[in-house]
Design a protein around this ligand. Structure first.
Ligand code: FES
Length: 235
């Protein structure tokens, strides 16, 4: 007999070793997330995937599923907390959606839509962050980085290049490039690298592809992130 947990009252089967997020995605249940990608080891940093398990808040991407857990996810309280986290991500960086090439394909923007974000609510920090356009094929715009470390993990674990890392703490955190000059142009990164495919925002872009798909024809112009990620990540 398969083991089950309950997510928002729905019985969900899981296997040993799966997290609550794994079980939810396998069952087509969307739990908002940004730093999680099922292809990589969970990181547990954005906290957007926080759920209540038997009354306690936990990150569902790192919490193992255990028989009998009563998980609450799609509640007014948790979605209100996720909305605040999303608003904080917006004001900590410089996320100017109307002028961003990733608009319509951006998971941060799509999560904000999903949570009904109508304004950033908090004052913008307008941090000074550097753009690195030194590579012929790849652009790094740190203004849009949310420090999910997906590019760090992909570059290290899949591409075998370890091009990226995080430096500093808190509001002083920055995405650094592993080369003597600190610039992308002096690394071996390529436009085809996995690191270039996993950025949930527009921080890492392949050059000369901007607006290849017109605004209005992009993923989240048609689908809620809830439907898109449930379809994609179940496969
Ligand atoms: Fe779980 Fe980011 S998705 S902490």
């Amino acid at each position: 007999m398969s083991k089950t947990i309950s997510i928002d009252g729905q019985a969900v089967a899981f296997s040993d070793g799966q997290t609550i997020m794994d079980a939810a995605l396998a069952a087509g249940i969307y739990i908002p997330h940004l730093c999680h990608n099922p292809e990589f080891k969970p990181h547990g940093s954005c906290k957007l995937c926080t759920v209540k398990v038997n009354g306690r808040n936990v990150a569902s991407c790192t919490m193992p599923a255990v028989e009998g857990q009563e998980v609450l996810s799609d509640t007014g309280e948790l979605n209100a907390e996720r909305l605040v986290l999303t608003q904080m991500l917006f004001v900590e960086g410089n996320h100017l959606c109307p002028g961003c090439e990733k608009s319509g394909n951006c998971q941060l923007q799509a999560v904000a839509y999903y949570l009904g974000m109508m304004s950033p609510h908090f004052n913008h920090f307008y941090p000074q962050r550097e753009v690195d356009a030194s590579h012929p094929d790849v652009l790094l715009d740190r203004n849009r980085c949310i420090y999910c470390e997906l590019c760090v993990r992909a570059s290290r674990d899949v591409d075998g290049k370890s091009v990226f890392g995080l430096s500093g703490r808190g509001i002083g955190t920055t995405l650094v490039v592993n080369s003597t000059s600190g610039r992308l142009g002096d690394t071996s990164i390529a436009a085809t690298d996995k690191a270039m495919q996993v950025c949930p925002t527009g921080a890492l872009l392949v050059k000369r592809r901007g607006f290849a798909v017109p605004i209005g024809d992009r993923i989240y112009d048609h689908l809620s992130i809830k439907d898109h990620l449930s379809i994609k990540e179940v496969q």
